[in-house]
Design a protein around this ligand. Sequence first.
Ligand code: ATR
Length: 274
Amino acid sequence: MDRYVVFGNPVGHSKSPAIHRLFAEQTGQTMDYSARLAPLDGFTDDARAFFQEGLGANVTLPFKEDAYRLCDVLTPRAQRAGAVNMLTRQANGSIRGDNTDGVGLVRDLMNNAGVVLKGKRILLLGAGGAVRGVVEPILEQQPVSLVIANRTVDKAELLAQIFAGLGPVAASGFDWLEEPVDIIINATSASLAGDLPPISSSLIQPGVTVCYDMMYSKEPTPFCRWASEHGAALALDGFGMLVEQAAEAFTYWRGVNPDSKAVLQTLRQEMAAG
Ligand code: ATR
């Protein structure tokens, strides 16, 4: 049986096995995909052991940088992101690393939510690993501006420098921002602690601004609640991004395109039903 896993710590809550199972059913693929808890200091050893026989792995928190260091070959987008969420054993035994998070975000926004990025003013909150993976695919869509705002401004400035050659990207602190923007994407880990990044509600133009939280949970995240309360045109969570990054990996591994929108609908209904 062709074997795939998702590595994480914790990983018990991961929806990736359910997503890949539905993709496999849909496309008639025979494969095994399971969740694998790696010790915090033991990811590299576990991943190497898995690839003695396994074909591919997704990687979630907190191992995306470890995965980046493990790879023999990196795609250009993974190289620039400095983080890897997808590993593949190649025919010669070497391990290829890619980062499909950014494509997942952009596809969810564009294909599932119908949001246009071209010509838009986009604000990205945070400057950690989650942001590094999404800057390049966002810039590919030619927004008029992309501002990376972070609590620690130095980190936002460093990212703006790294990606400066790819489009109109700038750095900012949270409290410098007042003017409304078209799209706000929360990539801070604040939601994990039930927190909000300290940004002004004047950034939302009621009925126009689209807000997107890369986190998701059964209940609306604090950022999505804040967005709805201030009249955002849409308040979206990151579940669609998870499904779309999985679809990108599945297509690469199996050579067939799953219907990600149908799987997203099925899983959202399952989640709502508890
Ligand atoms: P990830 O890989 O998920 O991006 P990370 O690299 O630890 O995780 O980055 C977490 C991001 O969330 C950072 O941008 C962090 O801000 P700092 O760089 O200033 O630490 C941001 N963050 C975490 N908690 C936050 C909070 N309560 N308010 C605002 N930003 C927060």
